[in-house]
Design a protein around this ligand. Structure first.
Ligand code: AMP
Length: 282
């Protein structure tokens, strides 16, 4: 496995590899890797000849300074994990390498960038789009792998690729969970022992909501989820929305969409956790 910190060194290596018409799979991450990330890498490995994983904590996608400062950085451990699953290249640039000049590109994602995460994290998805576009230009991968854990991000990336005609296939990957149902996240390591015990309640509630979706209207189901989670003394829902899985428009009648997804953001102490579940599938 090679670790590159500069664009030039990595592109030099990739250019040589591309002479033998290899397929390149790409997994962008912010590091502090867990089995959720590694599942993406394993899938990429099974479908490509070379797998590139980027590790870059992208400052311009953080709308909360404290969240950026506290974001875990564990490059050595990450490298060992990636080596063990057959990653070929780690691209770990510093901020100056990624942004020699500030990149003030403004992207337009319409409704996708007005709901849910976008409502509570202004500028977040623009920052994601800026870094992912730059990374796509640098790596020139055939396939890029993104987790459904960040469901709205996945839709934004699909839109970015379409708008900019970027020649890369976007491959969605299912959410990887802990045994107790908690969606794996780099932020989970910031939970206290007590908070970690409570955290699976979020997914347990979503799971029950899927059953209740057969009986309740979207509005009643939304209220049930909000009440169940907010009743818990350490949990505070930031949003729960039932959305059309493609447009992310709010669903008010189950009949209006083919695939409905319930997306949630919850504060547990200082830690903000997100999760989602398919609630209705035709
Ligand atoms: P991050 O490092 O949090 O930016 O995540 C990098 C990629 O890993 C994104 O495409 C995430 O959606 C994906 N990812 C993070 N956690 C999970 C998980 N629990 N299951 C599946 N994919 C995940």
């Amino acid at each position: 496995m090679e670790i590159f910190k500069t664009i030039a060194a990595m592109q030099n290596f990739l250019q040589k590899a591309k002479k033998t018409s290899v397929k390149i799979g790409f997994v962008p991450t912010m590091g502090a890797l867990h089995d959720g990330h590694l599942a993406l890498v394993k899938k990429a490995k099974s479908e490509n000849s070379i797998v590139v994983v980027s590790i870059f904590v992208n400052p311009i996608q953080f709308n909360n300074k404290e969240d950026l400062l506290k974001y875990p950085r564990t490059l050595e451990k990450d490298a060992a994990l990636l080596d063990a699953v057959g990653c070929d290249i780690i691209f770990a640039p510093d901020e100056k390498e990624m942004y020699p000049e500030p990149d003030n590109t403004v992207y337009e994602f319409g409704k996708l960038a007005t709901v849910m995460e976008a409502k509570f994290r202004p500028g977040h998805f623009n920052g994601v789009a800026v870094v992912v576009k730059r990374l796509f230009d640098i790596v020139q991968a055939d396939n890029a792998y993104f987790g459904e854990k960040d469901y709205q991000q996945l839709q934004i990336i699909k839109s970015l690729v379409k708008q900019k005609n970027i020649p890369v296939n976007i491959i969605p990957c299912p959410i990887v969970r802990e045994i107790d149902g908690l969606a794996m996240s780099s932020r989970n390591m910031r939970l206290t022992f007590e908070e970690r015990k409570i955290a699976p309640f979020i997914y347990q509630t979503l799971f029950q909501a899927k059953e209740k979706a057969k009986l309740l209207t979207p509005t009643d189901l939304t209220n049930w989820v909000l009440q169940s989670i907010n009743n818990h003394k350490l949990l505070t829902v930031e949003y729960f929305e039932i959305a059309d899985a493609t447009t992310l428009s709010p669903v008010t009648d189950w009949e209006d969409c083919e695939l409905a997804i319930g997306c949630i953001a919850v504060f547990l102490g200082n830690v903000r956790l997100i999760d989602n579940i398919v609630l209705k599938q035709n």
